[in-house]
Write a protein that binds this ligand. Sequence first.
Ligand SMILES: NC(=O)C1=CN([C@@H]2O[C@H](COP(=O)(O)OP(=O)(O)OC[C@H]3O[C@@H](n4cnc5c(N)ncnc54)[C@H](OP(=O)(O)O)[C@@H]3O)[C@@H](O)[C@H]2O)C=CC1
Ligand SMILES: Nc1nc(=O)c2c([nH]1)NC[C@@H]1CN(c3ccc(C(=O)N[C@@H](CCC(=O)O)C(=O)O)cc3)C=[N+]21
Length: 294
Amino acid sequence: MSGHIIDGRAQAGLLRARIAAQVVDLATRGIVPGLAVVLVGDDPASHVYVRNKGVQTQEAGMASFEHRLSAATAQPDLLALIGRLNADPAIHGILVQLPLPPHLDAGAVLGAIDPAKDVDGFHVLNVGLLGTGQPAMVPCTPLGCLMLLQDRLGDLSGLHAVVVGRSNIVGKPMAQLLLAQNCTVTIAHSRSRDLPALCRQADILVAAVGRPRMIQGDWIKPGATVIDVGINRITEGDRTRLVGDVDFDAAARVAGAITPVPGGVGPMTIACLLANTLTACCRAHGLPEPAPTP
Ligand SMILES: NC(=O)C1=CN([C@@H]2O[C@H](COP(=O)(O)OP(=O)(O)OC[C@H]3O[C@@H](n4cnc5c(N)ncnc54)[C@H](OP(=O)(O)O)[C@@H]3O)[C@@H](O)[C@H]2O)C=CC1
Ligand SMILES: Nc1nc(=O)c2c([nH]1)NC[C@@H]1CN(c3ccc(C(=O)N[C@@H](CCC(=O)O)C(=O)O)cc3)C=[N+]21
């Protein structure tokens, strides 16, 4: 017996199709949602992600604006660009690809984005709104994970969720979303003691660590739902491949359901970015917001 493999690619495709239909509807009013993506530096993986985001934005009928800046870009120049994007009515969403080169102050850069256009949900205003249960821009990766969980499990109330990782972009907002869904939430990190025992308590296990296949099959409670956020590029022989933070083959034999890497959380992240851009566009034009889940 093996657990169900959650098809993130298919779920993301459904969500994108729904978004595209709503974009067609907006076009009848002469409105085109616009997403600006800012990439500083020349990390090859980041260039691939940014290109994928641009392609999928256009496939959804939205306008995509890419700003590729040199690794040597000075902080004031980046802030000036963000100021122009904030003021541009054709742009409803702004994403600054992370990580930024070390000479730039990521907190100051994210804080300069108009919170209403902050489709990543990284601005402290949105972080605070999420933490206090108010309508916010919700970070795309945790939002995508929540959609996969709700699609699989329905009501999450009372389930014990263990989130491994406490970053501002994945672990912490994931924990907030699960708490808002009435889960009992444990956040584990590099100083946690006896991580295997903590993981074995989880009805829902979210791995967002960045360590290839760290989470073993015997750390999984039988029947648990496992969401693997990790994207790790490893070399096997003479080729490279992507693996998650979970030892997929072993975990799939124990879990009730599990997301693969690739084809799990990653595609949902981009679909949720489009969903947030559509939401921001509707808010900017005083239109009713689209329903949040597929
Ligand atoms: N699928 C997608 O769309 C996305 C995937 N990712 C992927 O998700 C993973 C996590 O990303 P991100 O949150 O940005 O990573 P960070 O490096 O910012 O955070 C990693 C977290 O894991 C914890 N950690 C590290 N080692 C261990 C360990 N041995 N035991 C327990 N906890 C540990 C760290 O703990 P501490 O705080 O104590 O240091 C930290 O909280 C990466 O593989 C990344 O590529 C990220 C974003 C989107
Ligand atoms: N401001 C900001 N916002 C982000 O959301 C953000 C970021 N910076 N920096 C980098 C991380 C990473 N991230 C991914 C998005 C999609 C896939 C994705 O589509 N993955 C595919 C495979 C892609 C491949 O083959 O390389 C999959 O898992 O199936 C992965 C990772 C967003 N991030």
